[in-house]
Design a binder for this molecule. Structure first.
Ligand code: SAM
Ligand code: SF4
Length: 454
């Protein structure tokens, strides 16, 4: 008998576990939303679920190992409850396809990165006909799935909006173009309509998502750049705040820099991954800029918008990285002094060009470099946070803080997390908070007035 009939009328539990980036977070929300239409409600405990959706990440080897061990651990749940359906989506699923079904015989569905919209269909097929399946096809043949209006969960103050999918940059270390496919932008009208709807539902801030948002507009029929899109969102939707991620340094134009000073809803924060500070390494990474060009762009940006918050990604131990190359990376981060940094040890990924590169750096050497870099950056981040003490910052209140009991949490325009005492009714408002205390990952403060601008 079909599972649907068995459960008719009673809510069924959906447990979602997400590994990896914001694109995966976004896809998980979409799966949650699509299965909610079938009566699935989120549960916090995998043991109470009728369906488990595991969204996987393969960007680094360590992330992929975590996925394999978590999938292995689900076997006992399936043995205890054979009607449980386990679905793997995301980049590992796209990359391994049927091989994942072969490795884990308790896994029911493997779903590629471009099959997210088919989740209900695939689940229904397996529940009604039995069996197991892998679906990796590009269902929409190159267009981008509409998203936010169907994934937004009522009450949220911020919402992600995908503006493009895939990537054409082929950085030599990166698996993304192989698992997420070529770059596809969404038509502007569709994006604007979604943001308007989000605003009507109470959303105050949107995060525009894409692997390389500042190349938005390539490969669609209309003539539009990322800056045009930002201006239209600012002028036509009534959204209070706009953020975006991720940007590629080679596509950061003066026109985009000017937006940080002149486009009112745009938050003053830029995540601009540099990856390395040595030119031979940047060239072998296929990044398309030199260290000096990167630093010069940062200088120009800071001239245009001195208060901009800057964060970045760095890879250490890339094949062929010498001590001198690493010192150049340290010199770059010492010169720029990012507000925060996400740093990774290089890991070999299937299909990428760097997999074949000679001069693989010993694990211990790369680990030591990573530790040195992180220790230095922690000091810089803490110093920057301490410099905030005493300042009054406009904070968009997002909701109750997970970390501090009874406190609310929000972000400054520079993307710093601030916790403070305020009533739950403050959610969605921009309030002035005087910063009283700095930690390495967040700030604490007191509300001084109830209406800020940005
Ligand atoms: N599109 C974004 C960009 O260009 O920066 C994000 C790509 S990736 C999902 C996020 C970060 O993971 C990259 O910026 C890079 O620092 C890191 N990364 C990607 N591949 C890696 C690898 N093979 N080993 C270590 N770190 C990697
Ligand atoms: Fe990967 Fe480079 Fe594309 Fe970012 S820009 S997703 S690092 S290939």
């Amino acid at each position: 008998m079909a599972e649907r009939a068995l459960h008719a009328g009673s809510p069924r539990g959906l447990y979602v576990r997400t590994f990896g980036c914001q694109m995966n977070e976004y896809d998980s929300l979409r799966v949650q939303r699509l299965l909610a239409d079938l009566g699935y409600v989120p549960v916090a405990d995998a043991a109470k679920a009728d369906v488990i959706f595991l969204n996987t990440c393969s960007v680094r080897g360590k992330a992929e190992q975590k996925v394999h061990s978590y999938l292995g651990s689900l076997r006992r749940l399936k043995e205890a409850r054979p009607s449980l359906k386990i679905i793997a989506g995301g980049c590992v699923a796209q990359q391994l396809g049927e091989k994942l079904l072969e490795k884990f015989d308790h896994l029911d569905i493997v779903m590629g990165t471009r099959a997210v919209d088919s989740v209900a269909l695939l689940l229904g097929r397996v529940q009604e006909n039995g069996g197991r399946l892998a679906c990796l096809e590009d269902k929409d043949n190159g267009s981008v799935d509409p998203g936010a209006e169907r994934i937004w969960v009522g009450g949220a103050v911020t919402a992600p909006v995908t503006i493009m999918q895939g990537c054409n940059n082929y950085c030599s270390y990166c698996i993304v173009p192989y698992v997420r496919g070529p770059e596809r932008s969404r038509p502007a009208a569709e994006i604007l309509k979604e943001i308007e709807r989000l605003v009507e539902s109470g959303v105050r801030e949107v995060l525009l998502l894409g692997q390389n948002v500042n190349s938005y507009g390539r490969g669609i029929d209309e003539t539009i750049t990322f800056v045009d899109l930002l201006r239209r969102i600012a002028a036509e939707t009534g959204i209070a705040r706009i953020r975006f991620t991720t940007s590629h340094p080679k596509d950061l134009t003066d026109e985009l820099m000017a937006c940080f000073a002149g486009l009112e809803p745009l938050c003053k924060h830029l995540h601009l991954p540099v990856q390395a500070g040595s030119d031979p390494i940047l060239s072998r990474m296929n990044r398309g800029y030199t260290a000096a060009e990167y630093v010069e762009k940062i200088r120009r940006l800071r001239r245009i918008c001195p208060e901009i918050g800057l964060t970045s990604d760095v890879i250490v131990g890339f094949p062929g990285e010498t001590e001198e190359d690493f010192e150049k990376t340290m010199a770059l981060i010492g010169e720029v002094k990012f507000d925060n940094l996400f740093s990774f040890r290089y890991s070999d990924r299937p299909n990428t060009r760097a997999l074949e590169f000679a001069g693989k750096v010993e694990k211990e050497t790369a680990a030591r470099r990573l530790m040195d870099l992180q220790r230095y950056q922690t000091g810089v981040t803490l110093g920057k946070n301490l410099a905030e003490v005493g300042a009054i910052r406009d904070v968009l209140v997002e909701g109750p803080s997970k970390a501090s009991n009874g406190q609310m949490t929000g972000r400054t325009t520079q993307n710093r997390v601030v916790n403070f005492q305020a009533p739950p009714t403050a959610a969605g408002k921009v309030i002035g908070v005087k910063i009283a205390f700095a930690c390495s990952n967040s700030l604490k403060g007191e509300v001084v007035h109830e209406s800020g601008r940005h």
